[in-house]
Design a binder for this molecule. Structure first.
Ligand SMILES: O=C(O)[C@@H](O)C(=O)CO
Ligand SMILES: [Mg+2]
Length: 254
């Protein structure tokens, strides 16, 4: 059985942010991740992690100055200085939280210059933070129009070119299914590159129990593949999160 984390930017939103740590632990998660937790004090968060025996699994880079901002800059030509500045601050933040991974967001861009910019920035980031596990995540264009990294084959080529041990794939089954209509096939092709996995039903981005993906089969495939990383629930609960966790009880009970 995979180890499950809760994305507390999306789950338990009915609670104040700092109370979501305890809610995640109370409902069977052993890790949490957050998209952009930069508005809360690190000491408050580390306290909640310790109090609830939780691992901080992942945060996204950038911001700090996220509010209203773009989804990253790593592939945006002309914004390399901005990316590097934000990256350094984000690494300090991630390290203070004990985050296992940091997702380096590409941003909105296209074309060859963007690709070169992304590769160069990832190589730089890998050397700048050699102890931090960095991820890149293809996002589907319906949810994230114009986002540079929007294809798993493209991500694989980029990872091969960056060729850094600490830069790997973040595999979100929701995006894989939305992009291709066959997320399982994408996992079979690219799962060996994944150091972090996220789940949600597709379409709809709800709890992983309805929709097109057979999640029990996917969890079995994760186990069979020897995947040892986290599986993070990154979905938009319909109403009270606690009422959407039947899928987790089912996995734990099986
Ligand atoms: O799937 C997603 O949207 C996230 O994992 C993310 O990092 C982009 O906001
Ligand atoms: Mg995701």
């Amino acid at each position: 059985m995979p180890k499950f984390a809760a994305n507390i930017s999306l789950l338990f939103k009915e609670l104040p942010f700092l109370d979501r740590f305890a809610a995640a632990a109370d409902h069977g998660f052993t890790g949490v991740e957050a998209l952009f937790p930069y508005d809360d004090a690190v000491t408050q968060m580390t306290r909640r992690l310790a109090m609830n025996g939780l691992q901080m699994v992942l945060i996204n880079c950038p911001p700090p100055n996220w509010a209203g901002g773009e989804r990253g800059f790593a592939a945006v030509p002309g914004l390399t200085e901005r990316f590097r500045h934000d990256f350094k601050r984000a690494v300090r933040f991630a390290e203070a939280l004990g985050a296992q991974h940091m997702h380096v967001m590409a941003g909105k861009a296209s074309g060859l210059v963007a690709r070169t910019t992304f590769v160069e920035n990832l190589r730089w980031a890998s050397a700048e933070a050699p102890r931090m596990s960095l991820t890149i995540e293809p996002l589907n264009g319906t949810d994230m129009p114009g986002y540079f990294l929007n294809d798993f084959d493209q991500a694989a080529e980029i990872l091969d070119e960056v060729k850094a041990k600490n830069v790997n794939l973040q595999f979100d089954m929701y995006h894989a299914q939305m992009l291709t209509g066959d997320g399982m096939a994408v996992w079979e092709a690219h799962g060996h590159r994944a150091v972090h996995v996220q789940i949600a039903s597709a379409p709809g981005r709800r709890a992983p129990e309805k929709g097109e993906v057979d999640f029990p089969a996917f969890f079995a495939a994760l186990d069979d593949s020897g995947y040892k990383g986290w599986v993070s629930a990154e979905y938009m609960p319909e109403g009270d999160t606690r009422k959407t966790l039947g899928w987790l009880d089912a996995v734990k009970g099986s």
